[in-house]
Design a protein around this ligand. Structure first.
Ligand code: ASP
Length: 328
């Protein structure tokens, strides 16, 4: 049997409530050993070893914990005895962690994030089958070379495409535009495609020796947004700013002028969008070349922030950064 390591970080999958039908609960209450023991048949899929990295709701996920995960994945990959890694994680910020690990994991072994929308004590808890399917994907040689993926509710998403779309529904993750990597049903996997952008072994980024990431702020655009939030972010020492723009990464004129001021001071400004699907293109309704701005292309604000934080670990020109946003 393949060896699979489960790195547990917390989330609703490890959450507990006093009764099976209440909406209130606490994330990160159940240990990884208890979770493994509660899933019938799990130990028939792989030799499983659990490690508790943290036990937090993913609203409290941090770059510090993400760096610990990256370090452990890279150690396990270098050891060459493990077939795959599963990470149990809260769903709120799963896309940030998945995308970060897709940038800095130096491996082609499957790295599978999994969570649940209902706590372990709920009627019809979704965690146990999600964990079963996640281990089945991590143990599957066909999952190799597909980068960091998320397995929930029978669907296999790429870290590049997945996004959370519902606050409560079990089918909360979607991969708009590019679509799924595959599907899984009671441990039987069906793979459709490989990710088409750079990731893991083709990624130029590394978390080796990194203890802190540069400050990058996200600022939300809307009607009459206060442009001085952008100036405040620069004053507070941000090295990068991501605008969750309206439409195709747009914002009111005053905000655009504040972005140009920030760019002149050497702060990198990325135009992303608050819209759920579609790309943000360069020089569409504003002149990025003149204003010194970057277009996020496929990345939503939260993934843009992760990419910019990692990219700013070393000095890069605007041209280099724009290329990175197109390629990742
Ligand atoms: N707030 C929880 C978390 O992200 C929600 C979940 O896991 O579904 O940890």
């Amino acid at each position: 049997m393949p060896d699979v390591v489960i790195l547990a970080t917390g989330g609703t999958i490890a959450g507990a409530a006093a009764t099976g039908t209440q909406s209130g609960y606490t994330s990160g209450q159940v240990t990884i050993d208890a979770m493994v023991n509660s899933v019938p048949g799990l130990t028939k899929l792989a030799n499983i070893k659990g490690e508790q990295i943290s036990n937090v709701g993913s609203q409290d996920m941090s770059f510090e914990i993400m760096l610990l995960l990256a370090k452990r994945i890279n150690e396990l990959a270098a050891g060459k005895t493990v077939s795959g890694v599963v990470i149990t994680h809260g769903t709120d910020t799963m896309e940030e962690t998945a995308y970060f690990l897709n940038l800095v994991s130096k491996t082609d072994m499957p790295v599978v994030l999994v969570g649940s929308m209902r706590p372990s004590t709920a009627v019809s808890a979704d965690g146990p089958l999600n964990l079963y399917n996640a281990v089945a994907v991590a143990a599957d040689p066909n999952a190799k070379g597909r980068g960091v993926v998320l397995v929930m509710n029978d669907w296999i998403h790429s870290a590049q495409t997945l996004t959370k779309v519902s606050t409560t529904a079990v089918q909360t993750f979607m991969s708009p535009i590019r679509g799924l990597i595959g599907t899984t049903s009671y441990g039987i996997n069906d793979f459709y495609r490989y990710p088409d952008q750079k990731f893991c072994l083709t990624s130029e980024f590394s978390a080796e020796g990194v203890t802190k990431l540069p400050r990058v702020d996200i600022i939300y655009a809307d009607v009459d947004m206060p442009a001085d939030l952008i100036d405040a972010s620069v004053e507070r020492g941000a090295k990068g700013i991501v605008i969750a723009g309206v439409g195709n990464g747009n914002m009111p004129k005053a905000a655009l002028e504040a972005c140009a001021r920030a760019s002149k001071k050497g702060v990198i400004v990325v135009r992303s969008t608050r819209v759920a699907t579609g790309t943000v293109g360069r020089n569409v309704e504003c002149n990025d070349d003149e204003l010194g701005l970057i277009a996020s292309y496929n990345l939503n604000p939260q993934k843009s922030r992760v990419l910019l934080s990692v990219a700013l670990l070393k000095p890069r020109t605007l041209e280099e950064l724009q290329k990175i946003f197109i390629e990742y």
